[in-house]
Design a protein around this ligand. Structure first.
Ligand SMILES: Cc1ncc(COP(=O)(O)O)c(C=O)c1O
Length: 395
């Protein structure tokens, strides 16, 4: 991987040390160019006409996502964020009184709220699988909980709140053996390291465009296995997802398109397609090797600082690194880094409610490097944490 060349075609690298890729990755110049060209086409020829002219590029975006995940283009539906993609999947799972949803302690806040809402509405029950001694989902406990009542296993692959990588393939094996639908929230993992739906064995997978995939904000997608379609009842019928049958009924669109809305931002889709193309060209394996290396390096450096501790769980950890500076609020550390030109963010207790029940650690400072970050940038951030923290403390 030619990091210097990749940095040269990433405008943001000239201005900031961007360690907030779990928030939103920096757009590459080809992505920016593809989007602005499409917007110009819309302005000059009309929005519908521009979409028609860009049909091949738009189709290539679906195919690219499918290629990245190991699925088929007709198994991909596009959305304006990962939450809407996840909602389209989750709210389509038929549930009734006594049915069970199994989830993990790392589950994303919005997913947890949706589980509780649907449980209240339907009489289904939400069961939280405990973590094992490494702090990842306990797959033995999961296997013990799977029975005929369980209709869905919903798990976040990588949480918003730390570097944990949940054992997705082992969860998939358990789900497949039991023929239980498995919905994987891969929002923080797709684009960061290889995520293959066949190796994992999930039925549904959701992700966002703007984070480690480096696509534009306002993009997300759902992959749904063709074989799972008959087990789902799409939760919204509209002219994008279904067609009037001429009487008082309708037929669903083919494949995953039955989950989509009619209106879309085609400039965003073109941009997402360009970002996915870049990820495919670089290779998820190469990206994953570098992001894991940078994450481990940063975690080790921060842990070595007096008064600084990291808090990432799991046996396998990724490029998200969460840390606390003793006696200094996370927001103050993040703001001090920001003033020095280093972008980081902080974790939010409410965004990881089941993790918060276990660990009273949030908010933490969240660092999330990507492959285009350099070791020198990490050194700079670590130096700032070492030097800025005492200054913040003395204020
Ligand atoms: C694990 C996880 N799932 C889902 C989401 C929601 O993604 P989006 O903001 O694109 O809806 C996030 C966002 O941070 C996340 O970290």
């Amino acid at each position: 991987m030619d990091v210097n060349a990749l940095r040269a075609e990433t405008p943001g690298c000239a201005y900031r040390v961007h360690l907030n890729n779990a928030g939103a990755g920096l757009l590459a110049q080809p992505t920016l160019d593809a989007m602005t060209a499409h917007l110009r086409l819309e302005a000059e020829t009309g929005g519908y006409e521009a979409a028609a002219a860009a049909q091949d590029t738009i189709s290539a975006a679906y195919a690219g996502i499918a290629g990245l995940l190991g699925g088929r283009a007709d198994e991909v539906a596009l959305f304006d964020n990962a939450t809407h993609a996840w909602n389209a999947a989750f709210y389509s799972v038929p549930l009734g009184p006594g049915d069970r949803i199994l989830t993990g302690r790392a589950e994303y806040g919005s997913n947890v709220l949706a589980y509780w809402q649907v449980a209240r509405r339907t009489g289904a029950e939400v069961v939280v699988v405990p973590n094992d001694c490494h702090g990842q989902l306990d797959t033995s406990a999961l296997a013990g909980l799977v029975d005929e009542r369980v209709k869905l296993i919903g798990v976040s692959h990588v949480p918003t709140s730390g570097g944990l990588v949940n054992p997705a393939a082992e969860i998939g094996r358990i789900a497949r053996d039991a023929r239980v639908l498995f919905l994987l929230d891969a929002t923080q993992s797709v684009g960061q390291f290889p995520v293959d739906v066949n190796a994992i064995g999930c039925d549904l997978l959701t992700a966002t465009g703007r984070k480690f995939l480096r696509g534009p904000r306002g993009t997300g997608f759902l992959w749904v296995a063709a074989a799972a379609l008959e087990r789902l009842d799409p939760f919204v019928a509209e002219i994008g997802s279904a067609t009037w049958d001429g009487g008082r009924g309708f037929t669903w669109a083919g494949g995953a398109r039955r989950f989509e809305s009619w209106e879309k931002s085609y400039a965003n889709i073109v941009g997402l397609g360009a970002a996915v193309r870049q990820a495919l060209q670089l290779g998820a394996g190469a990206i994953g090797a570098r992001t894991a290396m940078l994450g481990a390096r940063l975690r080790g450096q921060l842990d070595a600082l007096p008064g600084v501790s990291t808090h990432d769980l799991g046996q396998v950890r990724c490029a998200i690194v969460t840390a606390r500076v003793e006696g200094v609020p996370a927001a103050d550390v993040a703001a001090a880094l920001g003033r020095a030109g280093v972008n980081v963010s902080t974790t939010v207790a409410e965004h990881s409610p089941l993790d918060t029940e276990d660990r009273a650690v949030h908010p933490l400072v969240r660092f999330s490097p990507h492959y285009y970050n350099t070791e020198g940038e990490l050194d700079r951030a670590v130096g700032l944490v070492a030097a800025i923290a005492p200054k913040v403390r003395n204020r």
